[in-house]
Design a protein. Structure first.
Length: 472
């Protein structure tokens, strides 16, 4: 390889990633994955063996984060990827097997196999059983293990084993956002402005720090309002958290071009009332809560199977499966709070109380190296995360994101898109009195939808300069 064409940090990685285990960690968009891809390809072609392994949090994220870029580097006409088997065949009769390490069962997929090398993406998300199994499969002379990851808890197994006390057969290098010369100052300022506290230190500074205290520590009085914008909302969605013997909550969320507004909440606590409600009763409560409002989708936790079925049977709404990726969901919501693009009406008293007092990190799990909220008084915050994160992941993201990176964003995960491309703060639309706005919105939502024509796009997401324009 010709080193002068690379940035100093990348050149350093090329020179030193020659140990058995090679870990590149640090800030988002710092160039670590880009150079790791090239080091990996060089290893595959220079190793006298024909079988190699690539692992990720899932096969889908591995393909999006890394494999697509690897295929581009090799040449799409020179390799063949079988998505069913997860096999990438490349020139020279070599095969790269891809495995999603989503849970402890993943290690069974590689047990008994022999590989000439392994490349692991999002290493901190791998189960420990998989991490323990991988090195036992690399018995070929010259086999190496390459890995990339963003920072996590300082109690995480990866930090304690490979970073705090680096073994003699391992090379570890930390990347910062300044190590990527292709990023513009505008992008870096936008990213810096969109992150705070824990996520700023981990994702921007690349530090392994403990999560403690309030999760949304950036929330302040500016995030709570009494009024809505005058214009008609582009979409109206519901976030729902369900608990038969605990708390069930619905959040009514209005989606505008530049901001999301949590307009109202329904909360029923079976523990305090000592009376449980049936799914049928909750559906009736939902009908009352959303009366005269056209709902574009209800984002419901996957575990709420019975309530989901009752809602479907009642034909009262469109159910959309919520993405329950806790940490990435929290990052997304935190970024919107930080940039002033998520507002909550003061009538949502339970949500406000959770955000400002009870939605905190679980200290016990932190000692185990796990980032997780304390599972107490968190139901409204969970419903908020389900709706906001899932809605954004479904392609409704463009007007929330900033441009400014010269990198190709196709190799990022959905959560990286969300946390890396937050728009600069813009002036919010003029707002009107709550009751007047609600009455106007209710009236508009009762109108019979117009039939679509060739001149009127069937899906608003194809309109340019709107929240529904898919980010390419």
């Amino acid at each position: 390889m010709f080193l002068p064409e690379y940035a100093p940090a990348q050149s350093k990685a090329i020179r030193n990633c020659n140990k058995f285990f090679n870990l590149l960690h640090g800030a988002v968009r710092s160039g670590k994955t880009w150079i790791a891809n090239q080091i990996w390809i060089n290893h595959v072609y220079t190793t006298d063996y024909d079988k190699f392994l690539m692992t990720g949090h899932s096969k889908a994220t591995l393909k999006r984060n890394v494999l697509d870029d690897v295929i581009d580097l090799i040449g799409i006409n020179y390799c063949k990827y079988n998505s069913t088997d997860g096999e990438l065949k490349i020139p020279g009769g070599k095969v790269i097997y891809t495995v999603g390490a989503t849970d402890a069962k993943a290690e069974r997929k590689i047990r008994g196999a022999t590989f000439g090398g392994c490349y692991s993406d999002e290493l901190t998300l791998h189960p420990k059983t998989t991490l323990d199994m991988i090195p036992t499969r690399l018995s070929v002379p010259g086999a190496k293990w390459f890995a990339t990851t963003n920072p996590d808890s300082p109690f995480h197994y990866i930090y304690k084993t490979f970073i705090k006390n680096t073994p003699r057969n391992a090379y570890v290098q930390r990347f910062t956002i300044e190590d990527n010369p292709s990023l513009t100052n505008e992008f870096k300022e936008n990213l810096k402005m969109s992150l705070t506290g824990l996520f700023f230190r981990r994702m921007f500074l690349g530090e392994w720090v403990l999560a403690d205290g309030l999760i949304y520590d950036m929330v302040n009085e500016d995030n709570f309002v009494d009024e809505l914008p005058k214009e008609r909302p582009m979409n109206i969605i519901i976030g729902a958290d369900y608990g038969t013997a605990s708390v069930t909550t619905f959040l009514l969320i209005y989606v505008y071009k530049d901001c999301l507004y949590v307009v109202d909440e329904y909360v029923y606590d079976a523990r305090s009332t000592q009376v449980q409600k049936t799914d049928y009763e909750f559906v009736n409560e939902y009908k009352i809560f959303t009366r005269n409002i056209h709902i574009n989708g209800v984002y419901l936790d996957k575990s709420a199977v019975s309530l989901k079925q009752e809602l479907v049977n009642s034909c009262v709404c469109t159910i959309r499966e919520a993405n329950n990726d806790v940490i990435n969901g929290i990052r997304s919501v935190a970024s919107l709070f930080m940039t002033g693009r998520l507002k909550i009406l003061n009538r949502c008293v339970t949500l406000r109380e959770e955000l400002t007092s009870s939605y905190i990190w679980d200290e016990g799990k932190q000692m185990l190296g796990i980032d997780a909220p304390l599972k107490e008084n968190d139901h409204c915050c969970d419903a908020l995360r389900y709706a906001v994160y899932s809605y954004m992941l479904n392609g409704n993201t463009a007007s929330y994101f900033a441009k400014g990176s010269n990198l190709n964003d196709q190799n990022t995960t959905a959560d990286e898109v969300i946390r890396d491309k937050i728009l600069k703060l813009t002036e919010l639309s003029q707002s009107s009195k709550l009751d007047e706005t609600l009455a106007s919105s209710f009236a508009l939502c009762q109108e019979k939808p117009k039939r679509f024509s060739l001149q009127q796009p069937r899906n608003f997401r194809h309109r340019r300069n709107s929240i529904h324009t898919m980010l390419r």
